[in-house]
Design a protein around this ligand. Structure first.
Ligand code: URA
Length: 436
């Protein structure tokens, strides 16, 4: 087969065969297709889309690019979750230890930042020494021993996603339904869990902007999961404003640690979100017969300190410095920190959450090129919400930057992202439904 012919076929909006998709994934993973050719194909897919059949074939080819984990020699039932990406979404850091502390083993393969959306691995790496680069043996042993593992793509598990994900991040090809569905579901199927809860984000800070598209993405992924014999549920959740207050890797890790400690500074929307995702995981695992009972178990796991302890066990097992969990003020600190205040009085009408995500990237918290190093200390903390009344001069956010120039740029971007006006506005809904 010939990569130029495959690119041209998709460029001309024709369906690719299973063989063509399978060949491309195998050849790109083996380094036989150049990044510039893969980028051209990704852009053609971005522009012309893929049918459901092509999306399923792409997912299965990506799973087949590496090994698949089978955890059943030591565990009966393992759960997993995944978010389709947003701003301030540090849910995994809290939900995984909560669920594991309730006695349900969790094995998750996460990704890095993608475009303007943050990535769990980058957030966790704010903790000194923590690594997601785990051999399959350790993944199996760790989830068996402590009930919790958080890995990255490896040379052996969904390696095609690892390569394509990094390429999409820097080629403007992230927000594309078949690419998102195949990226997420290939990781989930390769990681071998029995049940998967998908958090499909919808809104100005998500890759999927409308409820209709969110539902479509959820249905595609739930069907792929079910066809592969996994119990799969998708929660449709709002991303028209950042989740919680913190956006930026170390700041989000800090906020997640506070949530595990039941600190009163924990944003209510963030905790509510963790309960929702975690309760679906417990119900799928048969640990609770309803969402309410599951939420009670999760709350107890937080209040007893069991979830925090589980988080520490995972961090220690993956070589992280647990003293930073005991004292999160020792997480990386930014060189320059200052507030952004409202330039007019009124009600917050809306937020351009994508622009808020790019603000973190431009501060140094994301990548413009594949080889860019992330600065874990930068970002912002923004306690205001759509519908809040605000006075002139009131704090909208605190920016954590490398220097004053970074702060000034971020300030401008935050002020441009937040629309303040005279109209009363209702608070945003948190969830739009569930696809089962
Ligand atoms: N998360 C992923 O793993 N992949 C995507 O494409 C988007 C979110």
């Amino acid at each position: 087969m010939n990569i130029v012919e495959i690119i041209s076929k998709k460029r001309d909006n024709h369906e690719l065969s299973a063989e063509e998709i399978g060949w491309f994934i195998q050849a790109y993973t083996a380094g036989e297709v150049a990044d510039y050719q893969a980028s051209a194909l990704l852009m053609a897919i971005y522009i012309n889309g893929m049918s459901r059949r092509e999306t399923v074939d792409l997912t299965l080819a990506m799973v087949a690019s590496g090994e698949t984990l089978d955890l059943h020699d030591t565990l009966d039932f393992v759960v997993d979750k995944h978010s389709s990406g947003g701003v301030g979404d540090k849910t995994t850091l809290v939900v995984l230890p909560l669920v594991a502390a309730c006695g349900v083993p969790v094995a998750k393969m996460s990704g890095r930042g993608l475009g303007y959306s943050g990535g769990t691995l980058d957030k966790m790496e704010a903790i000194s020494g923590w690594t997601s680069n785990l051999p399959i043996d350790q993944i199996k042993k760790q989830v068996t021993d402590i009930g919790l593992v958080l890995a990255g793509q490896t040379a052996s598990l969904a390696p095609a996603d690892g390569k394509l994900y990094a390429l999409r991040d820097v080629t403007g090809t992230v927000g594309c339904m078949p690419l998102i569905a195949s990226s997420i579901m290939s990781k989930k199927l390769a990681a071998g869990s029995d049940a998967i809860v998908l958090d499909v984000k919808i809104g100005s800070g998500a890759f999927i902007k409308t409820l209709e598209d969110g539902r479509r993405l959820a249905e595609i992924m739930v069907n792929i999961g079910k066809d592969a014999g996994r119990k799969t549920v998708a929660v449709l959740s709002d991303m028209n404003q950042p989740l919680g207050h913190a956006a930026g890797n170390g700041l989000e890790t800090h906020e997640a640690i506070l949530a595990l400690k039941n600190d009163p500074a924990t944003p209510a929307d963030f905790w509510e979100h963790c309960l929702k995702i975690g309760s679906h995981m417990l119900v799928l695992a048969g640990k609770a017969d309803g969402l309410e009972a599951a939420e009670a178990l999760l709350t107890e796991a937080r209040d007893s300190g069991a979830a925090l302890e589980k988080f520490k066990q995972m961090v220690a097992a993956q070589q992280g410095d647990i003293s930073q969990i005991d004292d999160p003020s020792t997480l990386p600190q930014a060189g320059y920190m200052a507030d952004v205040v409202a330039t007019q009085a009124g009600t917050i009408q809306s937020m351009d959450t994508e622009m808020l995500g790019w603000t973190v990237v431009y501060l140094g918290g994301g990548r413009a090129q594949k080889t860019d190093e992330i600065d874990p200390a930068v970002g912002f903390v923004m306690p205001v919400r759509v519908g809040d009344k605000i006075s002139k001069g009131e704090r909208i956010a605190t920016v954590y930057a490398k220097n004053q120039a970074g702060y000034e740029r971020a300030k401008k971007s935050i002020l441009n992202s937040i629309k303040i006006g005279p109209d009363e506005v209702d608070p945003l809904p948190h969830f739009y439904g569930v696809v089962e």
